[in-house]
Design a protein around this ligand. Structure first.
Ligand SMILES: [Zn+2]
Ligand SMILES: [Zn+2]
Length: 674
């Protein structure tokens, strides 16, 4: 008799031929209604899966509450979209791939005619019909050769290519299959699985919903060109993006957030506030304008202050270094594709993609003793990485950026305390920028790695103990560390609930060896130091992009390009406005003056558009009393104040690096939905 082990530890015996859906029904009608798919001994399966007659597999029914369920829903919706496109365009459609992605799904189509935004509505309507019909997802396991014949006869060249790759097991290398659920995988004995929805048959590993009727809320978002397998030498397909949720409320909330994200797009705000630009003369290289530099320098001043206080020293290493160095560091083997090369005096050189090797040459330039440890050496290093042109995205994905690196050299027994210190520093910096919702992940030893068991245990243990000493909850990613290091990654959530990976702490087990780093121990003999790499903000340029979107351009006073602007009511008070602006500048504030002959209302609107935190309105009354009428961009009218009182207010806000009032509220309201 088939038996399954349930998550609560109990076992359930059922009749032969029982499906997962029937088990769900046995447990309770509510579970049966909410069930989406299941995990059978860890493997994702359809609800229609029949339980094996032997053994006692663990069964976990997935409901709409889990992330996995959401991704199954979205992948299923991608199939329904493909089925709708098949209905509308008939047999001439060729299908690429259609995975679930973060926040949604896509499908790539090869069609003789171009689809436009107006087609999305038609497709949505057809999808609605498939949902109303409760079109089933029918799974079928067939020999690979049969699937190939079927796809070949239907002219589905993408699928034929995928099947050929599966047959020659080349597919594993295909990096375009970012979503494991979308990856067609051969079953035992050269068999593959097909899923049919309406007239659309896909090569697919599944699992899927039992039928389209479970799709409660979906929306198609955009259509864009996309090269087959991300390769610009292959045909251009048309990719439709969409999203799906288990409830209409969740979908509406997501769409509202997308709207808000559009308003906050850092590329748009960057142009409006004259912060940065990109030019064809340097694709992927950001040009920072004067206003952008003010913000960047404020971030760097803060960064240096925090690091000085935490006992770091700062160094700078060259951007061009001999190619031989990159062979020694291992970057040539693992990172060559993303590096730029050149020649100097007929000797091959590379532009640094990372700062570490340079930092190690500095370490090796002097003999070291255990008495110097821990050594905390920071570098705001300018690195270049050749990102593919298709992934470049404003400041968020650039080819040149400043990494806020640091290397800590210490005794193995000092590792834990050093990591505790780094965690404290990261926490202080994120809080100052207003990121309260921070997730931490610990990635452990991967299958292919260097170093002894003992080294890995010690290094991973130090990270673990430090996280526990700081009472930081963390998720463990088993086997996902770098081949040379276990690591802790930081993900910060912005006010729209989006997560960004920023900081990282890695205990390096390779570099000290490769570069033969030594120190003299208390025993007067040479030893290998322990080494930590860490970054807090990651790429400063990218962090600036994240901040622009997080704040919606409303920077805290300490970073704002213009902190206060004088708005004289008429020409008669312009001189007084100029005088106060001079006083503010002399006191170290970034003050501006709007001297034009416009009405004060127009001046206020202009200042609001420039997102200046303080507007100081001066009419004859203020000029006579030596005051300013303070208008806070976030709080509105604050009344009249002496120039000294305003200066005191502004200086305190800058010195304490306070967040702007509205931004604090946003942090609380922007809680993630899932
Ligand atoms: Zn699929
Ligand atoms: Zn490093």
């Amino acid at each position: 008799m088939p038996t399954v082990k349930l998550p609560d530890g109990s076992t359930l015996e059922v009749a032969e031929g029982t499906s997962v859906a029937e088990v769900a029904n046995r447990i309770g009608p509510r579970l049966a209604r909410d069930a989406v798919a299941a995990r059978l001994d860890g493997k994702l399966v359809d609800l229609g899966t029949v339980l094996p007659p032997e053994g006692e597999p663990a069964l976990q029914i997935l409901t709409g509450k889990s992330d996995e369920a959401l991704s199954i829903l979205r992948h299923s919706t991608a199939h329904v979209m493909a089925a709708a496109v098949r209905r509308l365009w008939g047999e001439k459609v060729r299908f690429g791939i259609g995975p679930a992605i973060e926040d949604g799904f896509y499908y790539d189509f090869d069609l003789p005619e171009r689809m436009g935004e107006e087609d999305l509505e038609r497709i949505e309507a057809e999808m609605g019909r498939l949902v109303a019909e409760r079109a089933p997802f029918a799974r079928k396991e067939v020999p690979l050769a049969d699937a190939r014949r079927l796809m070949h006869e239907a002219g589905q060249w993408c699928k034929v290519e995928l099947l050929d790759d599966i047959a020659s097991s080349r597919l594993e290398a295909g990096e375009e299959f970012q979503d494991a659920d979308a990856k067609p995988v051969p079953e035992a004995g050269g068999r593959v699985t097909l899923y049919r929805t309406g007239d659309f048959v896909d090569l697919c590993r599944g699992p899927h919903l039992p039928d389209a009727g479970r799709i409660a809320a979906f929306k198609l978002l955009s259509v864009a060109g996309s090269y087959w397998r991300g390769d610009s030498t292959r045909p251009m397909l048309q990719r439709i993006y969409g999203t799906a949720y288990f409830s209409k409320t969740d979908l509406e909330r997501h769409l509202a957030r997308l709207e808000e994200a559009k308003k906050r797009d850092h590329r748009r705000i960057g142009k409006d506030l004259d912060l940065f630009s990109f030019h064809d003369e340097g694709p992927g290289f950001a040009f920072l304008h004067a206003n952008g530099m003010v913000i960047l320098n404020a971030i760097l001043d803060f960064w240096r202050e925090v690091h000085r206080e935490a006992g770091y020293v700062e160094v700078r290493t060259p951007i061009l270094l001999s190619e031989e160095l990159w062979h020694r560091s291992g970057h040539w083997d693992n990172y060559r594709e993303a590096m730029y090369f050149t020649e100097v005096d007929e000797r091959p050189f590379a532009v640094k993609p990372m700062n570490c090797p340079g930092g190690l040459l500095i370490y090796r330039a002097q003999p070291h003793s255990y008495r110097e440890f821990p050594m905390r050496v920071a570098e705001l290093g300018l690195v270049h990485r050749h990102e593919k042109s298709g992934v470049l995205h404003g400041l968020l994905r650039v080819r040149q950026f400043t990494q806020d690196d640091a290397h800590v050299f210490c005794l193995p027994e000092q590792l834990k305390d050093e990591i505790v210190g780094i965690i404290g520093l990261v926490d202080r910096m994120y809080r100052t920028f207003g990121f309260e919702d921070v997730r931490v992940e610990l990635s452990t030893r991967p299958e292919h790695s260097i170093g002894s068991d003992e080294m890995w245990e010690h290094a991973t243990g130090a990270l673990r103990q430090a996280l526990e000493a700081k009472h930081l909850p963390y998720k463990v990613n088993e086997g996902e560390g770098a081949f040379y290091a276990p690591k802790v990654d930081y993900h910060v959530r912005d006010c729209l609930g989006r997560s960004w990976q920023c900081g990282t702490i890695q205990v390096d087990l390779a570099m000290p060896e490769r570069f033969d780093l030594t120190y003299t121990g208390a025993d007067n003999r040479p030893h290998r130091p322990a080494m930590i790499h860490r970054a807090v903000l990651g790429s400063i340029e990218r962090f600036l992009g994240i901040l622009i979107e997080h704040y919606g351009g409303d920077f805290p006073l300490w970073m704002a390009p213009v902190q206060a602007i004088m708005l004289p009511v008429s020409e008669r008070t312009a001189a007084y406005g100029r005088e106060v602006a001079g006083k503010l500048r002399a006191a170290g504030l970034r003050a501006d003056l709007d001297e034009g002959s416009d009405k004060v209302g127009a001046k206020i609107r202009r200042a609001l558009g420039r997102k200046v935190p303080y507007m100081l309105i001066v009419g004859e009354k203020e000029a006579a009393a030596g005051t300013v009428s303070v208008r806070d961009k976030a709080l509105g009218d604050l009344g009249a104040e002496s120039v000294e009182a305003f200066l005191g207010r502004a200086r305190a806000e800058v010195a304490e690096r306070r967040l702007r009032p509205k931004q604090e509220a946003l942090g609380a309201a922007g809680a993630p939905e899932a």
